[in-house]
Design a protein around this ligand. Structure first.
Ligand SMILES: CC(C)(COP(=O)([O-])OP(=O)([O-])OC[C@H]1O[C@@H](n2cnc3c(N)ncnc32)[C@H](O)[C@@H]1OP(=O)([O-])[O-])[C@@H](O)C(=O)NCCC(=O)NCCSC(=O)C[C@@](C)(O)CC(=O)[O-]
Ligand SMILES: NC(=O)C1=CN([C@@H]2O[C@H](COP(=O)(O)OP(=O)(O)OC[C@H]3O[C@@H](n4cnc5c(N)ncnc54)[C@H](OP(=O)(O)O)[C@@H]3O)[C@@H](O)[C@H]2O)C=CC1
Length: 426
């Protein structure tokens, strides 16, 4: 178990020192440290087995967010992302949240939906009932092959049928297999089941089955996270905690009512979630698709988080969203660094991983709303982005940080200015 995720000196260390520091805090082995220090952590032959026409591997920075306390457990969170200030922002909000117990999470069972599209009938309601009458046999056929999953308590649990009376192609019936996929993301699992039962569905309905594929609107597989922050914790040099809370509530309301704002607000949430999904070798497109479809489930695209004030005047944030992530399947087992990321967090189940991702998304949202509704995003974000700009201008080694700091201080972060500072050996 990670002893203490509160690691205040991280920012001033070199990457190697950070690695030693987090390895010690999380009890990682010497081999685990070595995995990150040697080049080619993803061997070419493994990469070649993962996708097609491989010509190399593509690297991104792997950072570790500190300070997280989730359900009373200290946690160091691996984040793979190209954008500056994301890891710092998550760590910052996790630091603030620690004083009020950190994040609290829960989740539903890992239930995925597989859709089976049935066409070519004139009595869709009759066809629906036929499918439901044969539910037990459909479930039995779906479960016939996946012995490992069934042995673990997973498998197809239910069948739902949705009727579309009138479409441009005539009536359509869509059967959903509801499958407990345990610790898998589950796409291949449920797709195989949908394909396996389709001939039987054609036989009992006398209609034609077309598509047999999971739904990425994983609305039965939800992860939740909650955080409470007092005005005292949120107080800054320029703003009282009450001002910060009112600002966050106004910012949240903006996202609730306006889809133009909600898209950006939710992008900020995914700034926290996606890096955890990528670091663990999971399918970020599936998580993204599910999140945005969920955000639009009422017919109007809105915020994935909620922010409220409780009776003590404390800020209460919560998030609930589909979280189709796995510890097995896909690249989660084949990518050595994905295994490393799971060892760093010491997660025991896919549900736990989903809850962590939700908590990081909530932290990230708070960081953005707090900055946006007070001093604005540029001060904190641009100060860190300045290092990228210094790199772009050609700075190397110690000059990167030096020139970035000067540009941030001058509030003039641009490639031209970085080049000028480089030329004068600043
Ligand atoms: C960037 C900060 C955190 C600076 O904030 P600050 O007040 O300058 O931070 P600080 O120096 O007081 O440090 C506070 C803590 O932050 C962490 N921290 C701070 N700096 C570092 C660093 N260099 N390296 C590692 N950790 C760092 C660290 O945990 C530190 O505590 P410590 O451990 O030192 O006691 C703050 O301004 C912030 O949270 N800003 C929001 C940034 C953000 O949201 N970035 C995402 C990119 S913008 C975007 O894409 C989304 C958006 C904004 O459009 C979404 C939306 O609109 O809703
Ligand atoms: N629209 C989408 O999102 C789509 C995504 N995908 C991709 O599918 C992949 C994920 O599919 P997924 O089904 O998770 O992967 P896999 O099929 O690789 O793994 C799941 C299988 O692993 C076995 N298994 C072993 N241990 C466990 C356990 N503890 N819990 C659950 N299953 C276990 C089970 O099979 P058994 O019982 O046979 O041993 C299970 O069916 C990702 O790469 C994703 O990108 C694919 C198609 C569409």
């Amino acid at each position: 178990m990670t002893r203490d995720s509160r690691l205040p000196s991280m920012r001033s260390m070199t990457p190697l020192e950070r690695l030693r520091h987090i390895s010690e805090a999380a009890g990682l082995s010497a081999e685990d440290q070595q995995l990150l220090t040697q080049p080619g952590a993803l061997p070419l032959d493994v990469a070649d087995g993962m996708i097609e026409n491989v010509v190399g591997t593509f690297e991104l920075p792997l950072g570790v967010a500190s300070n997280f306390l989730i359900n009373g457990k200290n946690l160091l969170v691996p984040m793979v992302v190209e954008e500056p200030s994301v890891v710092a922002a998550a760590s910052f909000m996790a630091k603030l949240a620690r004083d009020s117990g950190g994040f609290f999470t829960s989740s539903t069972l890992p239930l995925m939906r597989a859709q089976i599209q049935i066409v070519g009938m004139s009595d869709p309601h009759g066809a629906r009932q036929v499918v439901l009458e044969h539910k037990a046999e459909i479930i039995a056929r779906a479960n016939a092959k996946d012995t490992v999953l069934i042995g673990m308590g997973g498998g197809c649990k239910d069948v739902e049928v949705h009727v579309f009376d009138s479409t441009p192609r005539g009536p359509m019936v869509v059967a959903h297999l509801i499958v407990d996929v345990r610790d898998a993301m589950g796409a291949n699992t449920v797709n195989s089941m949908a394909e396996a039962v389709s001939p039987y569905i054609e036989q009992i309905t006398g209609a034609t089955v077309r598509l047999r594929i999971l739904s990425n609107l994983a609305d039965l597989r939800l992860a939740r996270a909650r955080v409470t922050l007092s005005p005292e914790i949120l107080t800054t040099a320029e703003y009282t905690g009450h001002e910060v809370i009112e600002g966050v509530l106004d910012a949240y309301t903006f996202a609730q009512i306006d889809p133009y704002r909600a898209a950006t607000h939710n992008k900020g949430i995914m700034n926290g979630i996606d890096p955890v999904i990528v670091a663990t070798g999971n399918d970020w497109r599936a998580v993204e698709a599910g999140a945005h479809a969920w955000a639009a489930r009422s017919g109007r695209y809105t915020s994935l988080t909620r922010w409220e004030k409780n009776q003590q005047g404390h800020l209460v944030g919560s998030i609930e969203l589909p979280m189709p992530v796995g510890l097995v399947g896909g690249a989660t087992k084949t990518h050595p660094l994905a295994r490393w990321a799971l060892r760093l967090m010491q997660v025991q189940s896919a549900q736990e991983l989903g809850e962590i991702a939700a908590a990081v998304g909530l932290a990230q949202n708070l960081a953005a709303l707090r900055a946006l509704s007070t001093e604005g995003i540029q001060r904190g974000h641009m100060a860190l982005h300045a290092r990228n700009i210094a790199l772009l201008a050609g700075a190397t080694g110690g000059a990167i940080q030096r020139i970035a700091a000067l540009m941030a201080q001058e509030k003039n972060v641009s490639v031209d200015r970085a080049k000028a500072l480089l030329a004068t050996n600043a």
